[in-house]
Ligand binder design. Structure first.
Ligand SMILES: Nc1ncnc2c1ncn2[C@@H]1O[C@H](COP(=O)(O)OP(=O)(O)O)[C@@H](O)[C@H]1O
Ligand SMILES: [Mg+2]
Length: 273
């Protein structure tokens, strides 16, 4: 009797294997050098725009000590990530639906103990992200600004980085510093950039080109590799944004015709093709 032919393993997953494999979200860290550039605004509205494109999206408020995603979304959570961290609540109790068709994990504000990277914060954040990743298509981590260890650790948990910057020299200098640290410490070689609060059309390209120039000159020789900024797009400085934030609304939901809303919708399209 002939020995059964050895089956070559298939080079690609079979449809059955694909269906059985746990889904895993694309994890994107929305970060910046300078504060107040629009990370939370971009995270929330990008999430809504991605949800409109059929993506299952979670935004995690990773600005753990000075959280304000809840304010932008007009949510008044009784349970936050901190309750999950301390074991007072389960992850499912903290996962809340947000206006805009996505989910959120909110944090608290004025909590000094969460402004530093303690072993507890490290472990819990890692655990929570591990638990949510199979349940969503996209997870946005809305981080704090700067290069503190808690921000850098949060960014290190993401597959992709989205740096929010404005055309102001201070924001650009700080964005450069962020990229430099991420390239050196995390071996990031490609980073997405969103130029927010752009006064004129086309500002994004100029800002990204200027940043790229400084990176080529100082970061590339230091890390010994190419570091590329990918301009995802620009979001115009739009009075409608201030108005929406004041009313605690999402521009993509309530003012879809505005320049800012359309730019955010285009960003979502670029992210998910
Ligand atoms: N594209 C924009 N046009 C006008 N104002 C904006 C724009 N983006 C952000 N802002 C204003 O900047 C403020 C700070 O944004 P926020 O998302 O809280 O920044 P961050 O999370 O980076 O600290 C918002 O409350 C809003 O008033
Ligand atoms: Mg913020």
């Amino acid at each position: 009797m002939n020995a059964p032919a050895t089956l070559e393993p298939s080079p690609v997953p079979t449809p059955a294997e694909r269906a059985a494999a746990p889904r895993r979200a694309r994890i994107l860290a929305v970060t910046s050098g300078k504060g107040g550039v629009g990370k939370t605004f971009v995270s929330a509205n990008l999430a809504a725009a991605l949800a409109r494109r059929g993506q299952k999206v979670l935004v995690l408020d990773a600005d753990l000590g000075l959280a304000n995603l809840d304010v932008v979304l007009n949510l008044h959570p009784k349970i936050t990530l901190h309750d999950v961290f301390t074991g007072k609540a389960t992850l499912d109790q903290a996962l809340l639906p947000a206006p805009g068709g996505f989910h959120v994990l909110l944090a608290g504000s004025g909590l000094v103990e969460y402004s530093r990277l303690t072993p507890e914060v490290r472990d819990k954040l890692l655990e929570v992200i591990g638990q949510v990743a199979p349940r969503f298509d996209v997870v946005l981590l809305d981080t704090g600004a700067g290069i503190s260890d808690v921000v850098l650790y949060t960014v290190s948990l993401a597959d992709e980085v989205l740096v929010v910057v404005t055309p102001e020299p201070t924001a650009m200098t700080d964005a450069y510093a962020t990229v430099k640290v991420l390239a050196a410490q995390q071996q990031r070689r490609e980073l997405n950039v969103v130029v927010n609060q752009a006064p004129r059309g086309g500002d994004g390209r100029g800002v990204a080109a200027q940043l790229q120039q400084v990176i080529d000159r100082f970061v590339v020789p230091a890390v010994g590799a190419k570091v590329t900024l990918k301009l995802l797009g620009d979001v115009p400085l739009d009075a409608a944004v201030r108005e929406a934030v004041k009313k605690r609304q999402l521009v993509v939901e309530t003012m879809p015709g505005t320049a800012a809303a359309q730019a955010l919708s285009a960003l979502a399209g670029k992210l998910v093709g």
